[in-house]
Write a protein that binds this ligand. Structure first.
Ligand code: FMN
Length: 431
């Protein structure tokens, strides 16, 4: 059983949002909660590359409250450790205030706040009636947050999605805050925007919400982060306190590196980052970090693996039965040997394109470095299209090849990743 406060005792006094934000060192680069992906090892790695706050994956409150095995598998002895895993917010999904409180009690001394997931759009959340499917049940949202606000020793926070209707989105955010949430993270996409329909997050709506919520409300924006520069752009455009990234962080932990423009930090070589991540993995106990290994590697190496299919095949064959020694010799060392050789033979330069209408610029990054993922369009990888776009602009600037425009360049506008979507969106707005 989780430790329960004695009947009749006063609700604990705890930090309000602005005080908590100060205490945590005013974090503004935030690792998003990600099921099976924002586990301890990944959080440690992301912090080394600039993240200053991290969220755990979403845990199921009832299972966490009632099943020791579930807790042990997901939240090991070093999770929330003062030396290696703070500041930390632990996220739950829930539809029962009692279970939510019981679950939260287990972690109240091992994190800085507990977050309620109000954004999960997946079928499993519809079935279980949690995440974004509570957007129709504001009374339940209120009672879940209010319960933690009244009875948990640490602050409660919430992460929500938006509605198409801006006023409704604002009303919803106010419900969440009035119930007691101290930080609010707003993912600028609606519940319907998922999978192929992901689309761009709406920073204009996020700005509207920011402007109409209390000035001292701690507000994190989520969505559309491709490159480190996008973090500053988002803070400027939305006026938020911090920026949360999920997919951008998974494909490139360097996305949070804004201190310098060193390419080894912003777009780490995949041999170096694989080694660094693996060394962390060796020191992090618990099932969660081991389970996440393969998926992290596939994402960080996404652009590299099509060039080195032997490594892709070996990685695909990794199972939970592989020992760390086997992983080291079969995968990590193989990547190191291969990238060393490639680097000797190839040009290792990051080329930044012109500033696009959406306010940022695409980059051409060597395939052996971490970089954002662009979905395939018309059989072309997004990265190919980005390269073509940059080359085309360069040629035009140099007045070369004027008669033969690159046939791929116009297709860039049809790519679905955030930057591309932002490009088409702002073009539409301007029109
Ligand atoms: C692999 C993965 C797992 C996710 N799991 C969670 C989760 O546990 N809780 C949550 O609130 N959102 C979750 N999300 C959503 C992200 O936190 C984030 O809101 C969304 O991906 C948009 O941010 P992005 O544009 O930076 O990817 C997940 C996203 C991904 C890609």
């Amino acid at each position: 059983m989780a430790p329960v406060r004695e009947m009749g005792t006063e609700a604990p006094t705890k930090l309000a949002g602005p005080e908590l934000y100060e205490k945590l060192g005013r974090p503004h680069k935030i690792v998003a909660p990600m099921v099976d992906q924002s586990e301890l090892a990944w959080r440690i790695l992301s912090r080394r590359y600039g993240a200053d706050l991290a969220y755990t994956p979403m845990y199921h409150a009832r299972l966490f409250a009632t099943e020791q095995h579930y807790r042990d598998a997901n939240f090991g002895p070093l999770d929330g450790d003062a030396a290696c895993d703070r500041p930390l917010v632990v996220q739950f999904c829930a539809n029962d205030p009692e279970y939510l409180l019981q679950a939260a009690k287990f972690v109240e001394n091992r994190c800085d706040a507990v977050d309620l997931n109000l954004g999960c759009p997946q079928g499993i959340a519809r079935k279980g009636h949690y995440g974004s499917f509570l957007m129709e049940d504001w009374d339940l949202v209120r009672s879940l947050i209010a319960k933690l606000h009244a009875e948990l020793a640490i602050p409660v926070t919430a992460k929500i999605r938006v509605y198409d209707d801006w006023e409704r989105s604002l009303e919803y955010a106010r419900i969440v805050l009035d119930a007691g949430a101290q930080f609010i993270t707003i993912h600028g996409r609606t519940r319907e925007m998922k999978g192929q329909k992901t689309g761009i997050a709406d920073w204009k709506l996020l700005k509207y919400l920011r402007d109409n919520l209390p000035k001292d409300q701690v507000f994190f924006a989520n969505g559309n982060i491709l490159y480190p520069e996008d973090i500053g752009r988002c803070i400027d455009q939305v006026g938020c306190d911090g920026v949360m990234s999920a997919e951008g962080n998974l494909h490139n932990p360097g996305v949070f590196w804004t201190e310098t423009d060193e390419k080894d930090k912003q777009f780490p070589r995949i041999d170096k980052i694989s080694r660094e991540y693996f060394e962390i993995l060796k020191t992090t106990p618990g099932e969660a970090s081991r389970v996440a290994f393969k998926s992290h590697m596939f994402k960080m190496l996404r652009n590299f693996l099509p060039h080195h299919t032997d490594i892709r095949d070996k990685l695909a064959r990794v199972t939970k039965h592989h020992t760390l020694d086997q992983i080291e010799t079969e995968i990590i060392e193989e990547i190191e040997r291969t990238v060393e050789k490639v680097c000797e033979e190839s040009k290792d330069v990051v080329v930044t394109g012109e500033v696009e209408e959406w306010g940022g610029a695409y980059k051409q990054i060597p395939y052996w470095r971490c970089q954002p993922y662009f979905r395939r369009v018309d059989g072309k990888s997004g990265q190919q299209v980005v390269s073509n776009l940059i080359q085309d602009r360069k040629r035009k600037a140099e007045n070369i090849d004027a008669e033969q425009p690159d046939p791929e360049a116009p297709k860039a506008a049809r790519l679905e990743e955030p930057g591309y979507r932002a490009a088409t969106d702002s073009a539409k707005t301007a029109a």
